[in-house]
Design a protein around this ligand. Sequence first.
Ligand SMILES: CCCCCCCC/C=C\CCCCCCCC(=O)SCCNC(=O)CCNC(=O)[C@H](O)C(C)(C)COP(=O)(O)OP(=O)(O)OC[C@H]1O[C@@H](n2cnc3c(N)ncnc32)[C@H](O)[C@@H]1OP(=O)(O)O
Length: 205
Amino acid sequence: MARPAQLVSEPRDGGVDAAVAAARRIVDALLQAGEGTDADMTGVAKQLHAVADSLEDQAPAREERLVEMWRGDGITRHDPVTGPENALAPPLRLTGDEDGSVAGTLTLGLPYQGPPGCVHGGVSALLLDHTLGVANHWAGLVGMTAELTVRYHRPAPLFEPLTVSGRQVSVDGRKIRTIGALSAGGRDCVTTEGLFIAKQVPRPR
Ligand SMILES: CCCCCCCC/C=C\CCCCCCCC(=O)SCCNC(=O)CCNC(=O)[C@H](O)C(C)(C)COP(=O)(O)OP(=O)(O)OC[C@H]1O[C@@H](n2cnc3c(N)ncnc32)[C@H](O)[C@@H]1OP(=O)(O)O
C-alpha cells in the first residue's frame, strides 16, 4: 500500500520556521507562568518588543509579502492551522490517504483552552474548517466555505493526542460537500459537515 501523502509544508530546521517554533514556546510559557511568578515580566516585555521592532524594521511591505505567500500552487506555509511560518498554527500536520481522506494528529496546550482542561470550540471549528479545505484539495476541487455545521458531542481534552480528519463526499456543480471529525482516544468529540462553493479569491499580484 502507498504511503500517505504529506499535505502540509514540512517545517525547516532553521530560518523563520525555527523562529516561529520559538514564538509558539513563548506563547505557551507566558500562559503557563501567568502573573504569580518571580519572572521579570517587564524585562520580558522589553526583550520581546526589541525582537518585534527588529523584525518589523526588516519586513517587506505587506502587499509584497502577500504576493510571496501566494506564489505557487497547493500547500501554504502561512495558514493558521498547519503553517510552519505562522506562530498561531498549533501546527497540525495532515496527510492524504488513497481512500480520499485526510488526517493528522496533534496535542493542544493551554493557549487553545476553552472550558477547564478542554479545547475551545472555536479552535475545533478552525481545525476542522481547514482540514475540510485540505480534503477538498486532496480530492481535486477546492472552494470557499459557505456553511459549516459543527456538532460538539463531548469535550475535547487538552494535553492528549487528538485526531482531525476530513473527506470530500460529493460534488454537485459548484457545491462541494465535505465531512470531518475531531476525536480523542478513538471517540468523536466534534463532527462537522461543510458546504463549499467552488470559487477562489484572486491571488494578489
Ligand atoms: C479557499 C482557499 C483556497 C486556497 C487554495 C490553495 C490550495 C489548497 C491547499 C490547502 C487548502 C486550504 C484550505 C483553506 C480552507 C479555509 C476555508 C476558508 O476559510 S474560506 C473563508 C470563509 N468563507 C468565506 O469567506 C466565503 C464568503 N462567501 C462568499 O464568498 C460567497 O458567498 C460564496 C463564494 C460562498 C458563494 O458566492 P457565489 O457568488 O460564488 O455563488 P452563489 O451564486 O451565491 O451561490 C452558488 C450556489 O451555492 C449556494 N449557496 C451559496 N452560499 C450558500 C450557503 N451559505 N448555504 C447554502 N447554499 C449556499 C447558492 O444558493 C447557489 O446555489 P444554486 O446554484 O442557486 O443552486
